[in-house]
Design a protein around this ligand. Structure first.
Ligand code: DGL
Length: 267
């Protein structure tokens, strides 16, 4: 029985989509969630800068004695996962490999689309992961930066959002993709609208479920699961103020976030 918490991190509310699945699959675990809302969005930034932020935040979580870290952000995974695995002596799990794996499993015509931040698309992290599993798969990528802005501002429905989604997806749908990876952890918050736009011939894939399964596997494999824990603790940190973190979080997690601790990392 290991009561140390799991650290989950994103630039903002997006990582809550991953946290929700983690809470379903390992509900007893204590959690520290960190949203870097002072610096969101990460997507348009240089990946070297993102890496600097990620190292600061992961160091903060590490000092809080987490037993495992989930980088619940594609941009941060693309920027820093391999270096984090070398630097820290606890398991670090990213979201790109799990999403890639899921897409390879569902595509039949081997045409996979991905919508993500500019940083993730330019890193080619999905292309590389998918090519490792099945090099015959064709990838079609589309940066969708406005969606992060909408979601961080709590805009989760409406005509403008629908139109923006349509504009991003049309070029991918024209390529006849049959699987679409939501390559940004913010996007499952508008998954319904994305799926409506795609229609029934495209499977929409979020890496959240697959990532949560990886978390469970590591906890069991490393023998660090919490075991019985009648009152799991969830602590939320954010760096910004006035963000929609609290409302979106509450609505999406289906569990009230009682407090979000504001923290200044001095970045
Ligand atoms: N949720 C993040 C991702 O998965 C980042 C969004 C952003 O900060 O631009 O890439």
């Amino acid at each position: 029985m290991d009561r140390r918490p799991i650290g989950v991190f994103d630039s903002g509310v997006g990582g809550l989509t991953v946290l929700r699945e983690i809470m379903k699959i390992v509900p007893n675990e204590n959690i520290l969630y960190f949203g870097d809302t002072a610096r969101v969005p990460y997507g348009p930034r240089d990946l070297e800068e993102v890496k600097k932020f990620v190292f600061k935040i992961v160091s903060f979580l590490y000092e809080k004695q987490v037993k495992l870290i989930v980088i619940a952000c594609n941009t941060s995974t693309a920027a820093a996962l391999s270096d984090l695995k070398v630097k820290f002596d606890i398991p670090v799990i990213g979201v790109i490999e799990p999403g890639a794996r899921a897409s390879v499993r569902v595509t039949k015509n081997k045409k996979v689309g991905v919508i993500a931040t500019k940083g993730t698309v330019e890193s080619k992290a999905y292309d590389n992961e998918i090519a490792k599993i099945d090099p015959s798969i064709r990838m079609y990528s589309q940066p969708a930066p406005l969606l992060v802005d909408y979601i961080e501002n709590g805009i989760l429905k409406g005509k403008k959002l629908k139109e923006t989604i349509r504009n991003y997806l049309l070029p991918l749908l024209a390529e006849n993709i049959d699987a679409l990876i939501l390559g940004c952890t913010h996007f499952p918050l508008v998954e319904g609208q994305i799926a409506d736009c795609c229609g029934s011939r495209v499977d929409v894939i979020s890496s959240a479920v697959e990532t949560a399964k990886d978390v469970e596997e590591v906890l069991t494999g490393e023998k660090i699961a919490v075991g019985t824990n009648p009152k799991p603790e969830r602590t939320f940190y954010e760096t910004g103020g006035n963000s929609k973190f609290f409302e979106v979080g509450k609505m999406f997690l289906g569990e009230e976030i009682k407090e979000v601790v504001k923290i200044n990392l001095g970045i």
